[in-house]
Design a protein around this ligand. Structure first.
Ligand code: TXA
Ligand code: MG
Length: 333
């Protein structure tokens, strides 16, 4: 499809079983009609994602919670009232309208109302749930602008809606409300503090990968370069040591320390929210510059900072298989 597609065109693509990439406030999603089995299967194929790894169903408003889920607890409504539309995904009990294909065979479903005008327009015009994983290949860095999507998935997507740069920059916070007290399965755009204000007590944070997708390696959100987290005080020493070994070192930092032997530098905001907004584009930029190692001084844990640290730890985790230069996008998992 050439030119910038309209919402009506995008809706037609979805109805005919096609794939539409669209902006959300977190990252770009790769959307398909949640009610069409062949379209859902295509998502897994294009992303090269295991079919046991469940998808988030995006909906136009919180009233859909009652239609698509059953036994919705009061706390789910309170969280939805507070944070939807917004970067919160709720894991609730699946109603009959949601297929097991979407949920990876589980009796729960992840629902979210994204806070982006184009996404909301698309969802309202489509009038039903849209499954949308991040529009990148499995295990790689999520896209935060339309150009990233074009580059990663190109011809395999039928339509790309361009809504500019994503405002949040990391994925939604996933909260499971099916097991008593809410449990955070993935830190994201909504910080723990804000959730705890609504829930009224400290929340448990559980690593989703260990519970929901057994065997999934820790490595995720990975650039081609190796990622190392360092404190501000260690940065220079680590940089010099790598430089002496002949490595091309990319540095992501908020500070102004002398970095004369850095091959490339990405400066990020001191504020966790600003850091999050530029995180994925920064990692992509350093990959484009073909650095061997990325040294990152992480932001503090406040708000979305926790999600940034989580993604950086996953990007830094040991990888399965070789991350050869020039390898395909799906090499890591
Ligand atoms: O911000 C976001 O959430 C973005 C945008 C596009 O909305 N989407 C996104 O989707 O990050 P994806 O597919 O990349 O990540 C979905 C996550 C996975 O970790 C998956 O395991 C988890 O949601 N998930 C989905 N359904 C679940 C369920 N029923 N129970 C537990 N986790 C679930
Ligand atoms: Mg993803």
């Amino acid at each position: 499809m050439s030119g910038s597609p309209t919402i009506e065109q995008a809706v037609r693509v979805l109805r005919s079983g096609g794939l539409v990439a669209f902006p959300t406030e977190t990252v770009y999603g790769l959307g398909a009609d949640a009610g069409q089995s062949s379209a859902v299967q295509r998502i897994f194929r294009v992303k090269r994602r295991p079919t046991s790894h469940p998808l988030i169903v995006h909906v136009s408003g919180k009233e859909r919670l009652a239609e698509l889920a059953v036994e919705v607890p009061d706390i789910a409504w309170r969280l939805a009232n507070q944070f939807w539309p917004g970067p919160l995904t709720l894991v609730v009990r699946r109603g009959p309208a949601i297929s097991l294909e979407v949920t990876g065979g589980q009796e729960t479903v992840a629902l979210r109302v994204p806070n982006h005008p184009l996404a909301l327009e698309l969802l309202s015009a489509f009038g039903a749930g849209i499954v949308a994983p991040s529009a990148n290949r499995f295990g790689r860095i999520s896209p935060t602008c339309a150009a990233h999507v074009q580059r990663d998935l190109g011809n395999e997507v039928d339509c790309v809606l361009d809504g500019g740069d994503c405002n949040v920059g990391v994925e939604s916070t996933i909260v499971d409300v099916t097991r008593g007290a809410p449990i955070v399965l993935r830190p994201g755009g909504i910080g723990l503090e804000a959730l705890e204000d609504v829930v009224g007590k400290p929340l448990r944070v559980e690593d989703a990968s260990s519970v929901r997708a057994p065997g999934q390696p820790a490595s995720h959100y990975a650039p081609r370069a190796t990622v190392q987290l360092v404190s501000r005080s260690e940065l220079n020493e680590r940089l010099e040591a790598l430089y002496r070994q002949g490595a091309r070192v990319g540095v992501m930092t908020t500070s102004e320390v002398g970095l004369k032997n850095a091959y490339a530098t990405v400066r990020l905001s001191d504020e966790p929210a600003g850091f999050a907004r530029s995180l994925y584009a920064g990692l992509r930029e350093l990959d484009d510059r073909k650095v061997d190692v990325v040294l990152v001084v992480p932001p503090d844990e406040r708000g979305v900072g926790l999600a940034v640290i989580d993604r950086l730890r996953r990007a830094a985790a040991p990888r399965q298989g070789a991350a050869d230069e020039g390898a395909d996008d799906d090499e890591l998992e």
